[in-house]
Structure formats: structure tokens, C-alpha cells
Design a protein around this ligand. Structure first.
Ligand code: PLP
Length: 437
């Protein structure tokens, strides 16, 4: 019998005082307890001294890797001024950061800070409603916008006769007891990347819709890219019906490019939500967008209040992250691409050689690698129903057992600290796992 590890003991201890043994989504949990002790670069070590190559990267927040002095230095400096870390005061770094976000993110004319991605999305919804005087918003299957009632869960209703409200079923991938049933009538849920469905929906209900909310690259739904022309057409439809378009760039912002997905793909929304990588791992989120909409936050027309909004530690970390990412004209993004390319082609090559159907698709800084017998997915509906989820979890556990941590449903974040040696080691481990199936 395996002797009890320090992680096992911590798990027992945590069980007594922490439901779920931590405070996040249970699905992100690893198999068996792994309690992390320290991290450096692209590696983490657990309390028992085991080392892992980390593709979880703080659920995408740690885009640079761990222990980056360029970010930690300014944060330490702020901590040394602890009495000044006083929420609610004005901090000059907020202005410099907003100016940088405006310079980099195409849709950003003005910026408002919050703490979490969930909050940023809620402000975007409120702004769109205030701006348009309408209530309904449209969201898409496989897109994640936080854990609050009005955006969490629900599937696409296959019945085309009625309004396409989200259909809540107990076997939903994302579901929770305790949701307010009334909010279910606030949004439509549609398949993403299907312009015909959106067009038909807007023909009937377009004048009631305040907001179209989407991940412009659907990282949460399997790293699906928009079909050529899809975002452009969505943009046109929003203009035609007077609907606010918001790209939720909480994963893609400052990860896929300095301008996020909108910078990469050349379609500019009215509002953008930023979080995660915007502060390189420190807590900060933001909503930015057209001045005409953002200015509703002036004079309390639209309220977004929060004790920790614009918290100096997050702002300073974000500013340091910007400066780091700006160095050498995008060298960071080229470095990520240089390591990600052989990782992705290696995964495809191993899958083909071992005869295991793996769907491998990517955007800069994010890879999806999961047992699905198709070559390409345009939305979650293409792959989720035909995936071998049991094998997916077996592979994930095999990787973790051999020192490679990836997220569930095959999402891998590639940080700026991942090296060619890390990628090579990862491919060796993957090859061994697929060989042993
Ligand atoms: C696209 C997207 N939007 C919103 C959120 C919610 O952000 P947070 O977890 O910081 O509240 C997430 C989190 O994963 C996300 O991926």
C-alpha cells in the first residue's frame, strides 16, 4: 500500500474545514490530492517534492510563467508601501495602465477596473442594457462567462419554434443547484459560429437584444477559431440592430496577441472584458470599450462599485506585465509560438503514429488536445458529444502521474516560460501514455 504523503494529510485536514478542499470549480481539481508548495518558470512543485511541468498556469492567468522578477519586483515595492494599498483612493498607476490598454486593445477608448472576470462580464451586461434600453442578451454554447446565475450553464434548445432561451438540464456540463430560475429568461443561448442561426434569431428578436456576448476565440469550448467571415458578419448584424457587441477576452486578452483576439482577427467589438493574463497572475479585471458606452459609468448612471476595484497591487502587476509583453516588439508572443508549434505538431504526430484519434487545435498560448475522432471543431457541439471523455481523463491522469499538469477537457495553457526541453519531455510522456493504451 502507498504510504501517506504530505498531500494526503493536507487533504484530510482541508476536508474538515473547506468544502471541496479548495474554493474553486471541482472540475479543475486534480486526481488525488496535489498541494502545491512552490513554482518557478513553467514548473510547480508539490509539498512532497514532486516536480511538474505546468500547463494549468493559474487557469490561464499565469501567462508569463511563475516567479517573473519583472512583475514581482514592482509588486514587492507596492507591498512595502502597505498602508498605501488602500482601496478607494486614486493611484496614478491606474491612469498609465488605462492608457496602455487603450493603446493596445482596438476597442478600448476608456477603461474601468474590477477584480474578477465574472464581475467584468456583469458590468458589460449592465452597460449594454443601460445603453440600449433593452434587456435580453445572447450568449453561446461552450462559452464561459463566470459563475453568476445569468451566465452560468444551460444548453441550446433544439426546438426552433419558440424563443431560444437556454435549456437547463441536470446533465449539463456546467450546472449548479440554487440558480435563480427567473434569470433564465434574460438570455438566449445559441450555437456559436453559425451565422444562419444568429441571423434568424435577430430577424425575430433583434430589436429586443441589448448585447451579444462571446469569446471571439472560443478557448473554453475547445479552442475553436471563428469561421472565416463569422465575426465580421456578427459585427454587421450588431450595427444593423443597434446591439452592443462584447468580446469576452478574459482568456484571450494579452495572451493571443497584445490586442487580444480582436487585434489578431481584425474585428472590433463595442466592449471588451479583460482578466486573467491582463495582470500576469495578480487579481485584476477590466471592461474597456467605446467612450459613449463606458461614459455611462460617469456620474453613477451605471454603477460598478467594489472595495477592491483598481486595487493597486493588481494595477501595478498589470502595468509590469504590459511593460514585459511590450519588450522587443512582441518577442514574448514569438517565443510562445516557437515552443507551442513543435508541441502541437508533436502531439499530432504521436496521435497518428499510435493510432489514437486526438483532436489537437490551438490559438496562441492555448492548446486543446483531447480524444475526439474529428480533425477540426468549429464549436463545442462538433466535438463534445463524440469525445471519449473516459480516455481524456485517463490521459490527464497519466500525464499528472508523470509530472505534466493539464486542465480537464484537454486544455493546455502555454506560458512564456515553457521551454523546448519542457515541450520535448511532455511529448515523451504523452508518447508513453498512448503506447500503453
Ligand atoms: C472567457 C471567460 N470569461 C469570464 C471568466 C470568469 O472569470 P473569473 O473566473 O476571473 O471570475 C472566465 C474564467 O475562466 C473566462 O474564461
Amino acid at each position: 500500500m502507498r504510504s501517506m504523503t504530505l498531500s494526503d494529510r493536507l487533504d484530510e485536514q482541508a476536508r474538515r474545514v473547506m468544502p471541496g478542499q479548495h474554493s474553486n470549480l471541482p472540475g479543475y481539481e486534480l486526481f488525488g490530492p496535489i498541494w502545491i508548495d512552490r513554482a518557478a518558470g513553467a514548473h510547480v512543485w508539490d509539498v512532497d517534492g514532486n516536480e511538474y511541468i505546468d500547463y494549468i498556469c493559474g487557469m490561464g492567468a499565469g501567462s508569463l510563467g511563475y516567479g517573473i522578477e519583472a512583475v514581482l519586483g514592482p509588486m514587492r515595492e507596492q507591498l512595502d508601501r502597505l498602508p498605501y494599498l488602500d482601496p478607494g483612493r486614486r493611484h496614478p498607476a491606474e491612469i498609465e495602465l488605462a492608457e496602455r490598454i487603450v493603446a493596445h486593445v482596438p476597442s478600448a477608448e476608456k477603461v474601468r477596473y474590477l477584480l474578477s472576470g465574472t464581475e467584468a462580464v456583469q458590468l458589460a451586461i449592465r452597460l449594454a442594457r443601460a445603453y440600449t434600453g433593452r434587456n435580453l442578451f445572447i450568449r453561446f454554447d461552450g462559452h464561459y462567462h463566470g459563475w453568476l446565475d445569468n451566465v452560468y450553464g444551460g444548453g441550446v434548445d433544439p426546438d426552433p419554434s419558440g424563443p431560444p432561451y437556454a435549456l437547463y438540464q441536470t446533465d449539463d456540463l456546467f450546472t449548479s443547484k440554487g440558480l435563480d430560475p427567473d434569470v433564465r429568461r434574460q438570455s438566449f443561448k445559441l450555437p456559436w459560429n453559425d451565422i444562419d442561426v444568429l441571423t434568424r434569431t435577430l430577424e425575430r428578436y433583434g430589436d429586443q437584444v441589448a448585447l451579444i456576448l462571446m469569446e471571439a476565440i472560443n478557448a473554453n469550448g475547445g479552442c475553436c477559431m471563428p469561421r472565416p467571415g463569422y465575426l465580421e458578419r456578427v459585427r454587421e448584424l450588431c450595427d444593423q440592430y443597434g446591439i452592443v457587441l462584447c468580446f469576452d477576452e478574459i482568456i484571450t486578452g494579452f495572451r493571443v496577441s497584445m490586442g487580444g483576439a480582436q487585434g489578431l482577427l481584425g474585428v472590433t467589438p463595442d466592449l471588451t472584458t479583460l482578466g486573467k493574463a491582463v495582470a500576469g497572475g495578480a487579481p485584476l479585471s477590466a471592461v474597456c470599450g467605446k467612450a459613449a458606452i463606458m461614459d455611462l459609468c460617469q456620474e453613477r448612471t451605471v454603477v460598478s462599485a467594489g472595495t477592491f476595484n483598481g486595487y493597486p497591487l493588481g494595477v501595478v502587476a498589470s502595468l509590469a506585465t504590459m511593460r514585459y509583453l511590450e519588450q522587443d516588439d512582441g518577442a514574448f508572443f514569438r517565443r510562445v509560438a516557437e515552443v507551442q508549434a513543435p508541441l502541437v505538431s508533436g502531439l499530432r504526430e504521436i496521435a497518428a503514429r499510435r493510432g489514437v484519434p486526438l483532436l489537437v487545435q490551438e490559438c496562441p498560448g492555448v492548446v486543446m488536445c483531447y480524444p475526439v475522432p474529428i480533425e477540426r471543431a468549429w464549436n463545442i457541439g462538433d466535438w463534445y458529444p463524440v469525445a471519449d471523455h473516459a480516455l481524456g481523463e485517463r490521459i490527464r491522469k497519466g500525464l499528472a502521474d508523470q509530472g505534466v499538469l493539464v486542465m480537464f477537457r484537454g486544455r493546455w495553457y502555454v506560458s512564456g516560460s515553457l521551454t523546448h526541453a519542457d515541450a520535448t519531455r511532455t511529448l515523451e510522456v504523452m508518447d508513453g501514455i498512448l503506447a500503453s493504451l
